[in-house]
Design a protein around this ligand. Structure first.
Ligand SMILES: [Zn+2]
Length: 607
């Protein structure tokens, strides 16, 4: 009753568009429970260390179980504290109290958690026979997915003193270069017609309807990158070399190997993906950009026009209620069980979603997982555009997925990036199809499909072009430092190959590779976006073919196990094998079929 009253008050304040209610976690920054929980978190970490540090080599299964359960309990408490502080901040980034509250919680928890670092180290030091003895215990074996994940990197671990030096030196080696990259990038200034812009503002200009504005923004971004290329080149060379030193010592066979191990992706599947995408550059990207050039009224588009809006798009508006209905109907059509999982997010008494944009709120959208006794939260910046409906479908997919997979347990559930986008992309896809089926106007259909294909190419194709770029850089770095000119050249070649003859990539866009922050922060991270997207597209194709019995149930079952099983095992019930190029082509053919449809509509529509 109390929460309902509070809620209705809030609803009125926000024009009937819901904001989230974090009181399931804490009532506010001044909730006395926060300090109590922090003290408990500290104490539990200390107790764990006091009782168990140095004991694992000869520990009994029952004592080991107690230690794991303490870690589990602490992990739940840590999530509750950390997520509350974070969510409390993201809707009011200008509120210095909320920002410093988050920082202080984060720092205190990092400090308290230091006591329990021994826990994973000692699990890694267990001999094979001791590990088997412990996991033979029925209750301990419940935690096997977690324990095996901890031990995955065992073969590449170095002796304790060496690990210690690596860790200590990371602050002044790789970590320092990344920090310099961040600080330098954040301070960059872009100037157009005498007006200053920051990084986020200038990126927005690339989506302007006016081609002159886009051109000015595109050229300026490249100019600023070029002006700073000496420093960016130096930083990048250092980061790549730093990684190579660590890889060599740890016995990784190739620059991508450590990332593959982390993603649980084998080299063969990755090669099948990258070569399939490359082989389809012309059929997908080149064909699409040719159409796009025509729609923008030019023979060739500029590099920065790839995501330009179509001049004849209608910009239809959707209300919040209408959007919720579209998404829930689409989910229900696929599976009533999926709709049931989604419904509580919109329950008037629950408030699990923060919907409207407001001053000081972070941009973009995300879903935040929490331990099972709580629930996920979704953050949106909904303004009623077609894309906002699809974003809702996307984040809601994450939310439903999180509700299913957390049932594996707090420690066990750890969905890798390659699988984390499964339910979101799938949810977006079924909603896209249902939106499409409501349109009769060919021009509107064309705009909707074109914007979908635009996104699909950015994810499935462009990220692989990025992957080829970084693969070449890491290989060439083995022979010595790369010059700025050489980096520009590799970038130019990979962009030209992927974008094709209808996109101009020249001196005005060849130096902008430093804006891809993943190259600096997380080498070989980018391919996972394409991997995830193509994987879901293939799965969606299987659904469309209708040959798998009880597809929806099998799909939901798969979502509940993404944190504990490998993707190849998960895909088996659908007759899919990711090591074969056919698998990837199945997903890529979905994009190709949409481009066929665009070509067909293009001939029909009078512009
Ligand atoms: Zn997502």
């Amino acid at each position: 009753m109390k929460s309902t009253m509070k809620k209705s008050q809030k609803m009125k304040n926000r024009n009937n568009v819901p904001a989230w209610d974090l009181s399931d976690l804490y009532t506010g920054m001044d909730d006395p429970q926060i300090e109590k929980d922090l003290q408990k978190y500290k104490k539990q970490n200390e107790t764990l260390a006091k009782k168990y540090k140095g004991t694992f080599a000869s520990i009994s299964p029952s004592e080991f179980l107690k230690a794991i359960r303490m870690v589990e309990e602490n992990s739940i408490l840590g999530s509750k504290l950390g997520v509350f502080a974070y969510l409390n901040m993201v809707t009011r980034m200008k509120d210095t109290k909320a920002v410093s509250f988050y920082q202080s919680i984060d720092e205190r928890m990092t400090d308290y958690a230091k006591a329990s670092i021994f826990f994973t180290l000692e699990i890694n030091q267990l001999s094979e026979s001791k590990f088997n003895e412990l996991t033979k215990d029925k209750q301990v074996s419940y935690y096997k997915p977690f324990l095996e994940r901890v031990r995955r990197f065992k073969a590449h671990e170095l002796s304790e003193p060496v690990e210690k030096i690596f860790l200590e030196k990371s602050v002044t080696s790789g970590g320092a270069w990344r920090r310099l990259y961040d600080e330098h990038s954040a301070a960059l200034e872009y100037i157009i017609d005498g007006k200053k812009y920051n990084d986020a503002e200038i990126s927005k200009l690339l989506l302007d309807k006016d081609s002159e504005t886009r051109a000015k923004a595109g050229r300026e971004m490249n100019r600023v990158c070029k002006e700073n290329s000496k420093l960016f080149t130096f930083i990048y060379n250092m980061i790549v070399k730093d990684k190579a030193i660590s890889d060599d010592n740890r016995g990784y066979k190739s620059p991508v190997a450590a990332r593959n191990l982390d993603n649980q992706v084998d080299d063969k599947a990755l090669n099948a993906l990258t070569s399939s995408v490359r082989a389809q550059y012309a059929n997908l990207a080149h064909r699409f950009y040719k159409l796009k050039s025509k729609w923008l009224g030019v023979k060739k588009i500029q590099y920065w026009d790839r995501n330009a809006p179509l001049p004849f798009s209608a910009d239809r508006q959707y209300s919040w209620e209408e959007s919720v209905k579209i998404v829930l109907d689409a989910y229900e059509k696929f599976s009533p069980k999926l709709k049931k999982l989604a419904e509580p997010f919109f329950d008037k008494d629950k408030s699990w979603i923060d919907v409207p944009p407001r001053d000081g709120k972070r941009s973009g959208a995300f879903a935040m997982p929490l331990p099972e006794k709580f629930h996920p939260y979704l953050m949106l910046n909904f303004v009623g555009k077609q894309n906002d409906v699809l974003t809702l479908a996307h984040e809601l997919g994450h939310g439903c997925h999180m509700r299913l997979s957390i049932k594996q347990g707090e420690l066990n559930d750890d969905t890798p990036l390659t699988l984390a986008e499964m339910a979101s992309v799938f949810g977006e896809m079924i909603t896209f199809q249902s939106l499409l089926s409501t349109l009769d106007d060919d021009k509107e259909k064309l705009c909707l499909i074109a914007s979908k294909v635009n996104d699909m190419i950015n994810t499935a194709v462009r990220q692989i072009a990025f992957h080829f770029f970084e693969t070449r850089v890491h290989e060439e770095r083995k022979k010595g430092e790369l010059s700025a000119e050489r980096l520009d050249e590799i970038w130019l070649e990979e962009m030209r190959a992927s974008l094709g003859p209808s996109v101009i990539v020249d001196n005005d866009s060849k130096s902008i590779w430093p804006i891809v922050s993943h190259f600096f922060h997380s080498p070989f991270y980018v391919y996972a976006y394409s991997f995830a997207d193509c994987l879901v597209n293939s799965l969606y194709q299987v659904y469309r073919e209708g040959k798998i019995k009880n597809f929806a149930d099998k799909y939901l079952d798969m979502l509940s196990q993404t944190g504990v099983k490998r993707y190849d095992v998960l895909l088996k019930p659908f007759g899919l094998n990711a090591k074969s190029p056919e698998f990837w082509n199945k997903g890529l053919n979905l994009i190709s079929s949409y481009i066929d449809e665009l070509e067909r509509l293009d001939k029909k529509v009078k512009f």
